[in-house]
Write a protein that binds this ligand. Structure first.
Ligand SMILES: [Zn+2]
Length: 200
């Protein structure tokens, strides 16, 4: 039996889209920097913190070697400008876990992360695979002066003050949501095969 242990690697978009690491059986991993991208006092941040406390979510800082791999791939794909440091680290962590023999699945609704994951031959899954789907749109803003930038701008530094832009979701509309978090488990078991990543 050389079945690899499947682990989830969670990015900011997955948490913002409603993913609760405490509601699944698989081990979930993320990076410390993701916490900074979650709004203080939000339900997502509370879930994030609670999942860490209960041990369902583990935070790991990926090593520099893997950060370099993730950065290189994001440049090659042309998505470097739309990825935050946390995003790069999430991708790096997935590669690192894969190298350690895990079947790492990046759980993300972020197209740029999906592109880079594909480039690196990582498995990834959008939240829709778990039966959750939201229309999510991002706004980028400067944490210093508050200037807002549209999400398609390939800008990472504020034009006024040179600060690195942060992002937050502006609108989140549930399209379809089946039941409580516990039903996510059942649904994912059933739909594992057809939509599961791993064909590559
Ligand atoms: Zn600014």
């Amino acid at each position: 039996m050389e079945e690899k242990r499947r682990v989830l690697v969670i990015d900011t978009s997955a948490l913002i889209s409603g993913f609760d690491p405490s509601a699944v059986n698989e081990e979930a991993y993320s990076v410390p920097r993701v916490k900074d991208e979650l709004l203080d006092g939000s339900i997502m941040k509370m879930r994030f913190n609670a999942s860490i406390e209960s041990g369902r979510l583990k935070l790991i800082d990926p090593s520099q070697k893997y950060i370099d791999i993730a950065k290189e791939a994001s440049r090659e794909v042309g998505d470097a400008g739309s990825l935050s440091e946390a995003d790069i680290e999430v991708i790096a962590l997935a590669v690192q876990l894969k190298d350690c023999g895990y079947e790492a699945v990046v759980l993300t609704d972020d197209y740029s992360i999906q592109n880079v994951a594909e480039k690196l031959e990582l498995n990834f899954a959008p939240l829709a695979n778990l039966g959750i789907r939201y229309y999510l749109s991002w706004i980028y803003y400067c944490p210093a002066c508050g200037k807002k930038y549209p999400p398609d701008r390939k800008i990472i530094l504020c034009e006024n003050c040179g600060m690195q832009l942060k992002r937050r979701p502006v609108k989140k509309m549930p399209v379809r949501r089946r039941g409580a978090p516990s039903s996510m488990l059942e649904e994912r078991e059933e739909t594992k095969k057809p939509n599961a990543p791993g064909g590559r």
